[in-house]
Design a binder for this molecule. Structure first.
Ligand code: ATP
Length: 946
């Protein structure tokens, strides 16, 4: 809704409080005038709610960012819940009735932003603190505090609201739609925003609690006449608690409640008070404390929000108590209704009187509209000799006056006043015919309620409080001022306040909002028609509508008009200096009707001004568009040139920077590549070296393995050759031995055969010839010679074999077998020799027995042949022996060669073993290096990871 009404023409949209606020704001901005919005209506008609909406709308229009997170407009808005908590109460007509008047001045700076605010309050209903009737309630703050969190209520020693006299006079404790506990917290939050700190809040609620405790102090008759004492322990408890909360002396509080000091020129007389007067004193103290507290809160809010001393423009919003007419109407109602009379008067003045007076002055064609003027009611109340004056007089001039004498005085004074009526059968009541209706007042407490002074004992008591907050509520007054203020009346003070308010309002452009209460049931959507029409009539709304329809709400001096609307016809202004004629020409050109031209002003009908404004706006709009176009062209070009130049500069700079960056990048890239290259090379080298080391180790291992294999193979081969050699040697030797044995056997057999044949031949020869005996001897010699030779041969052979055996035994144990065989052969040879010797020994007897010579010769021949054969055999044997020797020598030579080879092989093995050892050492070195490298690599990877 706010957005809808923002800047909308008045009357364009349906009536709304925002429309009024918008007009006021626009007028203030456009014409530099102060504006005020007067919200009026009956109690419960919605004035306070309307005021809050107005403030919210103005805050919306003129909102600004504030200091420390709290904006002025927020503070202004949040002042409402605080003021409502302490100044509003449930009444018969309204569950949230404002019991004080409020005028909020919202100040704006040149730009139309809210720059400060001031709240003025009027006449708080003090009597409500001590006296309420069902179904009304006391001020909300009392109930809020009683419903506060337990820690707070315990701190203030509070109990249920029903236990306090000031609250339980009415049976209404809770109000539908108000959650006191939540409201307590909301009030505290609002206090925070408004700028009342925690300490001050604490003190405020302490004072509120003290007021409740004061209300529970009761008095009983004292021993002396017209004296009183604290009634019971309960009362004393509340007395003590109140003094604790107010931080004042308990005895002094008691004394201030039950005694009075009368100052005479001679001495100070202390007078005791009867219980009734003590109660009155108690209530007076409670009322004074509460009203001072309320004033302090208002003052604090004003200080906290702050005022803008430079502000020239303001919008005032007036929310003042509505017209009241109850069953019992007292001094407060008179004041309230007096205020409403004043406001009605202001309305009349502005809407009817001043308007019509101006029409007459300007001599325009106008028939006078009648309206109900309430000036006479105001005269009755405020004029010299009026109600307020008589009230002051009754108290100030005639101290012995009672409410009855005061009523009588009224009756006599105003018996001819048509606004004053004396009700029949009444001695103290009087009726005032207000603009909104007749109200009958009971004059019973008028005199007391009009007295505006603080009992000196109360003032001294609270001024001496050790709590700075309480003491500040009752500052000590200078002697002179204390005397003068002691005798000021509430009525006259209120009159002065209203006068000041009216002056303020007169200096502003007023706007009126009339709140109409649809029903008395406090329910929505029910319209009690008679009631509504009554309110409209009483408020002069009907006349106002009439005058708006018939009258000329807008007027401008000729100069102002020409100045404002000259743009609609600039050609009409040429050649003439008369504003009046120019005005007329402009109006004719605009084809307006029913307007009037006065002596100095032009009078326009409702809506005509808006029409002219719209056309003016159109013309100005066109002109503005042209100017804007040219200006924009100029600015755009200028900006373009500037931008171009800047762009060129920027580009050159950016390009330079880019190139530098690029160069830097390239440099870094090259460096990076170099570093990468080196690192990679280093890594490749490391891995290569590692691989190489591993390969060399592997090769060494493999070579060692193959060398060992080769060595083993050679060793095996050598061993095999050796075995083969041994085996062949053994085989050949065996073969030789076998052959030898066979030869010998054969030889022996053959010789045996030959010998037998010889023997036979010899025997035959011996028998034949003795001559053969010589041959026989020769043969024997020959045999002996052969035998000797054979023996020699054998000996030589034995020696040779022995030497050979020794030699072979020295060389190798394996040749032992051969030696044994040789020895066997030797043994066998010996045996053969023996056998031959035996054969020879056996031969002579055989020869002796052969007598034949021829046979002997033949036998000698055959023997010679046989000897030749044996020689040949011996030769063959020798050759065989030679061959065996050679073979043996050959075998030895081979053996030596083999030994040499073996030694060579051993050397090679040793060499290979050395090589293997060195490889092993190298392998160990490389494995150590590899381990080292792996460790370093791991360390490097860990570092990189970190
Ligand atoms: N515009 C509104 N829309 C709905 N309800 C409203 C409106 N205005 C007022 N009310 C209701 O009427 C009640 C009384 O309104 P408000 O307190 O503003 O009256 P008031 O004229 O200020 O009375 P008083 O003179 O006693 O302070 C409000 O509590 C609310 O319930």
């Amino acid at each position: 809704m706010m957005e809808q009404y923002k800047g909308a023409d008045f009357g364009e949209l349906s009536p709304h409080v925002f429309a009024i606020a918008d007009v006021a704001y626009r007028e203030m901005i456009n014409e530099g005038k102060n504006n005020s919005i007067l919200v009026s209506g009956e109690s419960g008609a919605g004035k306070t709610e309307t005021t809050k909406m107005l403030m919210r709308y103005l805050a919306h229009l003129g909102g600004r960012s504030g200091v420390e997170g709290r904006t002025v407009e927020q503070q202004v808005l949040e002042s409402n819940p605080v003021l409502e908590a302490f100044g509003n109460a449930k009444t018969v007509r309204n569950n949230n009735s404002s019991r004080f008047g409020k005028f909020v001045e919202i100040q704006f700076d040149k730009t139309g932003r809210i720059s400060g605010a001031a709240i003025r309050t009027y006449l708080l209903e003090r009597s409500r603190v001590c006296q309420i009737n069902t179904p009304e309630r006391n001020y909300h703050c009392f109930y809020f505090l009683c419903a506060a969190p337990p820690e707070d209520t315990q701190r203030y020693k509070l109990a249920d609201a029903r236990s306090f006299h000031y609250l339980n006079q009415s049976s209404c404790i809770e109000v539908e739609g108000i959650n006191d506990a939540e409201e307590y917290l909301a009030t505290r939050r609002a206090m925070d925003i408004v700028g009342i700190n925690e300490e001050e809040q604490e003190a405020i609620f302490r004072v509120v609690a003290a007021v409740l405790h004061i209300g529970n102090i009761n008095f009983a008759k004292g021993k002396e006449v017209d004296s009183s004492v604290i009634q019971d322990d309960n009362s004393r408890f509340h007395l003590n608690t109140a003094s604790e909360l107010l931080e004042c002396d308990c005895n002094n509080l008691e004394k201030a409640l039950i005694t009075r000091e009368i100052v005479t020129p001679e001495e100070i007389i202390t007078r005791t008070l009867d219980p009734e007067s003590a109660l009155a004193s108690r209530d007076a103290l409670a009322k004074t404390i509460y009203s001072r507290l309320f004033d302090w809160i208002v003052e604090k809010i004003n200080v906290s929000i702050g005022q803008d001393p430079n502000s020239k423009q303001l919008i005032g919003v007036l929310d003042i108590y509505g017209f009241e007419s109850f069953k019992i109407n007292s001094f407060e109602q008179l004041c309230i209704n007096y205020t409403n009379e004043k406001l009605q008067q202001h309305f009349n003045q502005h809407v009817f009187k001043m308007e019509q007076e101006e029409y007459t002055r300007e001599e325009i064609n106008w028939s006078y509209i009648e309206f109900v003027d309430n000036q006479d009611v105001l005269d009755l109340i405020e004029k010299k000799g009026g109600l307020i004056a008589l009230l002051d007089e009754a108290w100030y001039v005639l101290p012995r006056s009672t409410h009855e004498t005061f009523a009588q005085k009224l009756y006599t004074t105003f018996k001819n006043n048509k606004r004053f009526v004396k009700p029949k059968l009444s001695r103290t009541d009087f009726t005032v015919v207000h603009y909104a209706g007749d109200v009958t007042y009971q004059a019973d407490h008028f005199l007391d309620k009009n007295k505006d002074y603080v009992v000196a004992e109360h003032q001294d008591l609270l001024n001496a409080s050790s709590c700075p907050f309480v003491a500040s509520l009752f500052p000590s007054l200078p002697e002179e001022s204390s005397k003068s203020s002691k005798f000021s009346s509430i009525g006259s003070r209120f009159k002065l306040q209203l006068q000041s308010l009216m002056e303020t309002l007169s200096s502003t452009e007023p706007h009126y909002i009339r709140c109409v209460k649809p029903n008395n049931l406090l329910k929505p959507a029910i319209f009690e028609n008679t009631n509504v029409i009554q309110q409209l009539r009483c408020g002069g709304v009907l006349e106002a509508i009439r005058i708006s329809c018939a009258g000329y709400p807008t007027r401008k001096t000729f100069y102002e008009f020409v100045n404002r609307f000259g743009v609609l016809g600039p050609e009409l202004l040429e050649g003439s200096n008369d504003d009046k004629i120019a005005c007329q020409k402009i109006l004719e050109k605009m084809k307006l009707e029913n307007y009037q031209i006065g002596k100095t002003k032009v009078f326009l009908r409702a809506g005509q001004m808006a029409d002219l404004d719209a056309r003016r706006a159109e013309v100005l709009g066109k002109a503005a568009r042209i100017i804007q176009r040219l200006m924009r062209t100029y600015i755009a070009r200028k900006q373009f040139v500037l931008v171009r130049r800047s762009a060129t500069h920027l580009q050159s700079f950016v390009r330079g920077t880019l190139v530098r960056n690029l160069y830097e990048c390239m440099r870094r890239e090259a460096a990076a590549v170099k570093i990468q290259k080196n690192v990679r090379r280093h890594k490749a080298r490391e891995s290569y070296l590692l691989l190489q080391a591993a390969t060399v180790t592997l090769q060494t291992g493999l070579r060692a393995m193959s060398a060992r294999k080769e060595f083993r193979f050679r060793k095996e081969t050598k061993a095999a050759v050796h075995i083969q050699a041994r085996w062949r040697c053994h085989r050949d030797y065996s073969h030789y031995k076998n052959m030898q044995r066979a030869v010998l056997t054969y030889q022996c057999a053959w010789r045996q055969r030959l010998a037998r044949r010889e023997l036979r031949n010899l025997k035959m020869a011996a028998r034949e010839t003795g001559a053969l005996k010589e041959a026989k001897d020769k043969l024997e010699k020959r045999v002996e010679e052969l035998t000797w030779r054979l023996g020699l041969e054998k000996r030589l052979r034995t020696d040779l074999e022995e030497a050979k055996t020794q030699e072979i035994a020295k060389l190798q144990e394996t040749l032992h077998d051969l030696q044994l065989q040789v020895e066997e052969a030797k043994t066998m040879a010996t045996k053969e020799r023996e056998a031959a010797r035996k054969a020879i020994e056996e031969a002579p007897p055989v020869i002796k027995e052969t007598p034949v010579l021829v046979e002997d010769t033949e036998k000698v021949n055959s023997l010679t042949a046989e000897v030749d054969q044996l020689k040949a055999l011996l030769q063959t044997e020798r050759q065989a022996r030679e061959t065996a020797k050679k073979e043996h020598a050959e075998a030895e030579r081979r053996n030596e060669e083999l030994m040499k080879k073996f030694e060579g092989a051993e050397k090679k093995i040793e060499q290979l073993q050395d090589t293997a050892q060195s490889w092993k050492r190298k392998q160990l070195t490389w494995s150590r290096r590899t381990r080292c490298f792996v460790n370093r690599l791991l360390q490097f990877l860990l570092l990189r990871k970190h």
